[in-house]
Design a protein around this ligand. Structure first.
Ligand code: FAD
Length: 392
């Protein structure tokens, strides 16, 4: 049975990391604002955030991504105390294990250009020769490499801790969570006026935020908006090396192999960008042996005897235009309908800065901390990709 429509100043569609971060910042910047998060699954079974690897790095080429990392990593470091509710801290198990990008000769100009941009944005990054890489990580095969960049201040955390910490804090500030699914949006003139929910209830708000991650294109289409964001399945594996290996940072190469130390073993995977798009959570249990293991063992020979203990799948919310997120409203067309989606594998690490940025845009009408204008929807309308040139 549906009752009378409930009214809020802002309703966020999706309560993953983008929804909870934006809700938290909205209530921090505008405490009197009424904010609701519509999230159908309080267990978050399929949401991407809980399936993430937890990595957070400053190694990007676009200044916006570097700045979002600078802000977010500092925020994550302070998170347990800053996001405490009463006496209860918000643990996120931050490990400052560092990141390491390694490249063959053809990609060295890209690595050096990104390194220069990172330095210009105050990042603690170090350009290393193959000999220096070998000295630092003796297990690594470096014969085909031209160099690498190491960022010792980067690391990884527990995505569930981050999500739950934001969620608890947001609730303590007065954000309301509605356990329901948006099934339709109503338009009035140039605005989205209401959302219909699976329960039959209706939510009327002054502003909506599409924070539905891999599901965001479906939400956008309910408002007649084309959002080039697709679900892209990615596997994450927990494995052990089988032979002694030194502790490794989060290592990434240009073939999209990405893994890091985790407890007594390692966690990571190899993204297949050609994976057919769709809501496919099936696990291919041969993928590690077929694709990941050969790549890991070639780069680090002690992994010759590696054993995969667990594989899980999750969805990247892949921005098909350029691999960068879409943040902001559809100006002049649907001014009250905001998007924060398409992070293409970097959403957990950028959620604090992106949520803050969007909240600033909604409350103040402009960005105050980091100028994210270039990540707006206008580039979709203009078909003008703004690509991240670094390793994805
Ligand atoms: C295997 C894997 C590893 C990753 N590793 C990293 C990493 O190391 N570092 C990093 O920064 N990022 C990583 N990512 C990416 C990161 O997980 C995502 O970018 C991020 O979680 C996206 O957050 P989100 O809130 O946009 O989406 P989600 O977390 O998916 O949240 C979207 C929510 O919307 C809800 N929803 C869907 N439909 C509706 C509807 N109709 N109405 C209301 N709500 C709806 C869903 O239930 C869901 O909870 C990884 C992703 C995967 C899959």
């Amino acid at each position: 049975m549906s009752g009378p429509a409930k009214h809020y100043d802002v309703a966020l569609i999706g309560g993953g990391i983008m929804g909870v971060s934006t809700a938290y910042y909205l209530k921090t910047l505008a405490p009197a604002m009424s904010v609701a998060v519509i999230e159908p699954d309080p267990t978050y079974e399929f949401c991407s955030t809980l399936r993430a690897s937890g990595g957070a790095r400053r190694l990007f080429s676009c200044p916006e991504n570097i700045e979002m990392s600078n802000y977010s990593i500092e925020f994550i470091e302070q998170f347990p105390k800053a996001m405490a509710v009463g006496e209860r801290e918000a643990p996120v198990d931050w490990v400052q294990g560092g990141y390491l990008f390694i490249v063959p000769p053809k990609d060295m100009p890209m690595l050096e250009a990104s390194y220069a941009t990172q330095r210009a944005h105050g990042c603690d990054v170090h350009l290393l020769t193959p000999a220096q890489l070998k000295e630092r990580w003796p297990s690594m095969m470096v014969d085909d490499l031209a160099g690498g960049v190491h960022s010792p201040g980067d690391g990884w955390c527990d995505p569930n801790g981050l999500l739950q910490g934001f969620r608890r804090k947001a609730i303590s500030l007065g954000v309301e969570f509605i356990a329901d699914r948006v099934t339709d949006l109503s338009l009035r003139g140039a605005a989205v006026s209401a959302a219909t929910l699976a329960s039959g209830n209706r939510i009327e708000t002054d502003n909506f935020v599409n924070a539905a991650g891999a599901w965001s294109a479906g939400i956008a289409s309910m408002a007649g908006m084309h959002l080039p964001v697709s679900p892209l399945r990615r596997f994450e594996h927990y494995f052990t090396a089988g032979n002694p290996v030194e502790r490794l940072p989060y290592v990434k190469d240009t073939a999209r192999l990405a893994f890091r130390s985790e407890g007594v073993g390692f966690s990571g995977g190899l993204v297949d960008g050609d994976e057919p798009r769709g809501f496919n959570f099936e696990v291919d249990h041969d993928y590690f042996e077929r694709v990941v293991w050969p790549a890991v063992a070639e780069r680090f020979p002690p992994f010759e005897a590696a054993k995969c203990h667990r594989t899980w799948s999750g969805l990247y919310e892949q921005c098909e235009l350029d691999g960068n997120p879409i943040i902001g409203n559809w100006q002049g067309r649907l001014d009250n309908f905001y998007t924060i989606a398409g992070f293409s594998g970097h959403g957990m690490m950028h959620a604090p800065a992106a949520g803050r940025g969007l909240a600033e845009l909604m409350v103040h009408g402009s960005y105050q901390t980091i100028d994210l204008t270039r990540l707006g929807y206008q580039r979709v309308i203009d078909n003008a990709p703004y690509r991240e040139a670094g390793i994805l």
